[in-house]
Structures are given as C-alpha cells and as structure tokens.
Design a protein around this ligand. Structure first.
Ligand code: MN
Length: 203
C-alpha cells in the first residue's frame, strides 16, 4: 500500500480538511507524563494518509490541531487512548471529545484472545505483519523515514479495525458496554493525571 505521509512542523496547516472520522495517535519521550514530553501527534483520515505534527516543545502552540481534538462533531479513533489523552491534556491543554478506542473495543469484542496490541489487530483484520521496531525510539529530534513510516502505521489501519470490532460488538450485544466504557475514559485519564494509577474498583 502506498501511504501519503505528511510531516507538519508545530501544527496542522490552516486549510486542511480531513473529514469527520479521524484516527489519532501520539508519540512521547517516555511513559511518564510530567517528565516525558509529547513529541508527535499523527492523524489519518482513513484514506491511506498520515499527517504527522511535530511540536515546538517550548510552546505547544497548535490551534488547528487542538480545534480538531476538541471538536465534538469530529470522531477520533485511538488505540489505547488512555495514554494519548493524558499527554494531550497535559501538553496541549485541551480535552479530546468524541472518542472511539480500538483497544477497549478489542478487549470487549475479542474475549477469545488475550492479545490486544495494535500489531495483533493489524494481523487479524488487515492481514499484514507490521514491525514495531521503532516503538521505542527517539521521537524528540530529526525523524528518519523509517520512523515516519512507523508513526503512519499506527494510524492508517484504525478505521478498518474499528469497523470490524464494532461488527463483533453489535453481534455479541456488547456495544452498549463499549459505549459506557468510552464515557468513562475521560475520568480514567483524569485519575491517571491525579496519580490514581491502580484500579479504584478493586477491594
Ligand atoms: Mn504510536
């Protein structure tokens, strides 16, 4: 597949219309929100395209991107949005509204498996073996073409994967449970940001 990869410095361009259902992912310097900066946000419209925003980490001034993330009329598909949403809220100072999540959908739909990584879902629903070689790499500086391709891979399949998971959730009558989990995601992220990392329901 030929992917149209676009790297944007600081923000999305003013005149870009990506449509109403977007796949979104982020790359960070590590997994500790307050220590490790948000480096990139990748967006795909689902048409073999990836728009990669590399932030000015002194200002995080990205009004066009923030507008899209905040817009309740634009659906955003994440894979494990729990992490991305925390970094977005911390660094871009915005709520992300109207969210879908392929990892939550997978855990509810694919109870026949304990594998819910993006790599697993791409294999099952797209039948492609992607490399996660660059998952732990330095996204803070100049990006190699291999890194850009890795970042693009994280968003270009999410539309199709979500569609397939949604079919299973409908068939198995778990779709309401899925939507209820999505409603709680913002709270789960706020608990993470408030350092309540454990399962607050556990005894
Ligand atoms: Mn990623």
């Amino acid at each position: 597949m030929n992917i149209d990869i676009n790297l944007h410095k600081n923000d999305l361009p003013d005149d870009l219309n990506l449509g109403n259902v977007l796949a979104v992912d982020g790359e960070f310097m590590g997994l500790n929100v307050s220590r490790d900066p948000l480096c990139l946000i990748q967006i795909s419209s689902g048409n073999h395209d990836a728009h990669i925003v590399q932030f000015d980490r002194l200002s995080y001034n990205a009004p066009n991107l923030i507008k899209i993330l905040n817009d309740p009329k634009i659906t955003k598909i994440f894979h494990y949005g729990r992490a991305d949403l925390a970094y977005i809220k911390y660094y871009l100072k915005t709520e992300t509204n109207n969210i879908l999540d392929t990892k939550i959908a997978s855990k509810l739909a694919r109870s026949y498996s304990d594998q819910h990584s993006l790599k697993t879902l791409i294999k099952e629903f797209i039948n492609i073996d992607i490399s996660k070689q660059f998952q732990s790499s330095d996204f803070g500086g100049e990006l190699s073409s291999a890194q850009l391709k890795y970042c693009a891979n994280d968003v270009i399949y999410l539309h199709k994967i979500h569609q397939e998971l949604n079919k299973i959730l409908e068939r198995e009558k778990r779709i309401n449970l899925y939507h209820d989990c999505l409603s709680f995601l913002k709270t789960r992220v706020d608990l993470d940001l408030a350092q309540f990392k454990e399962d607050i329901w556990s005894y």
